[in-house]
Design a protein around this ligand. Structure first.
Ligand code: PLP
Length: 376
């Protein structure tokens, strides 16, 4: 007999349809700042590597090519202060997929912990594994035993908060006296504005001992490669070897041309720095406009989102902004503590960000909802 499908939460984005319709009715079109999907071109260096690898008749290697893992190790050393044996790196098809399946792949049955305000897939991963999904931000919240798997996310989605070195050091010490595996989702690494976001695996913090620690990174945001579906998990050699073993059997290989493109992306920092500049300008344009429109920002030091509040329920703010033709994500998508915040993404073209700035600072551009539409 098959096991009943696990009870998953409602897919939150479906509930934004009415606000989206209202925002789309703006005569100058919608400014969609609700999702964090990159809009700038995939860098030429990456596209070229993909094209060069297009002739790909054989199966790719599950562990990734040496070229790829060396490129990743080089980037980790150069940009993240992490020294790692390339054998302790496993490429994955997108980190959403990894986040959703890591508890299952690790055989977690007890508890998966993740931040109070968090990317929803951490919870989904716990439920798919049949584990308990528990929110918490401090080691005190976990009690003497601790979860089997604890997710950290810095820079954070949705808040843009970073975890300082002292916090990471404390978590490492705490986890070493328990059997908790700590997985650090660093997919917004490098997109740092007002505070630096150190890696959990930084040599300064681990002293080179990665036991029980995993680092997850994705090229979706750093290199505008969300469509390529590429990320990696690295760290504790025994854990990575176990994940590789499962991947060999289950066939979760990253396509060969994507591996070649990812290697080119990790070797090149220039495109990531150029992308940083673009987001920094968009952020600098939005900050004063949001202040003029009566918003307070919390955290928002790093990452691709501004975490904004008017001190009222997030659905009301979503409605108000939809009336200006701007779509944002309600904070309660990310946990109950987000009930009075909205998440505003920096991932829109310069032209759309300028439109948002105009609408926030000249609200007379607001439009009435289309006949019959209600944002609920
Ligand atoms: C915190 C966090 N982790 C992981 C992901 C997944 O990224 P991808 O599947 O594109 O690698 C996202 C995507 O927005 C995210 O915000």
């Amino acid at each position: 007999m098959t096991r009943a499908a696990p009870q998953l939460p409602d897919f939150p984005w479906d509930s934004l349809a009415a606000a989206k319709a209202r925002a789309a009715a703006h005569p100058d079109g919608i400014v969609d700042l609700s999702v964090g999907t990159p809009v700038d071109p995939t860098p030429d260096v990456v596209q070229e590597a993909l094209r060069r690898a297009a002739d790909s008749p054989g199966y790719p290697t599950t562990h990734g090519t040496d070229e790829l893992r060396e490129a990743i190790a080089g980037w980790l050393a150069r940009r993240r202060g992490v020294t790692l044996d390339p054998r302790a790196i496993l490429p994955v098809i997108g980190t959403k997929e990894l986040v959703a399946w890591l508890p299952t792949l690790l055989g977690v049955r007890g508890t998966v912990g993740f931040p109070e305000l968090a990317y929803p897939t951490y919870e989904v991963g716990a439920l798919l594994a049949g584990a308990a999904a528990v929110r918490g931000d401090s080691t005190v919240a976990w009690g003497p035993i601790g979860p089997d798997l604890l997710w950290l996310n810095s820079p954070a989605n949705p808040t843009g908060a970073v975890l300082p070195e002292e916090h990471l050091a404390k978590v490492i010490q705490w986890a070493r006296t328990r059997s908790t595996v700590v997985a650090s989702d660093e997919c917004y690494a490098g997109l740092e504005w007002d505070a630096a976001a150190p890696s959990l695996l930084a040599d300064r913090l681990t002293g080179g001992d990665h036991t029980g620690l995993l680092l997850v990174h994705s090229l979706s945001k750093r290199s505008n490669m969300a469509g390529y579906r590429f990320g990696f998990v690295a760290g504790d050699p025994a854990l990575v070897a176990g994940l590789l073993e499962v991947a060999k059997h289950a066939g979760l290989m990253v396509p060969g041309p994507v591996q070649a493109a990812a290697a080119a992306a990790y070797r090149d920092d220039a495109h990531a720095l150029a992308q940083w500049d673009r987001y920094a300008e968009r952020r600098a344009a939005l900050l004063p406009a949001l202040a003029t429109a009566g918003f307070r920002l919390d955290h928002s030091e790093a990452g691709l989102y501004l975490w904004a509040t008017e001190g009222r329920p997030c659905t009301e703010t979503v409605d108000r902004l939809a009336g200006l033709g701007i779509l944002v994500a309600p904070g309660d998508f990310y946990g109950p503590r987000g009930a009075e915040h909205v998440r505003i993404a920096l991932t829109a073209t310069d032209e759309r960000i300028e439109a948002a700035v105009r609408r926030l600072t000249c609200p007379e551009e607001a439009v009435e909802p289309p006949f019959g539409a209600s944002s609920g």
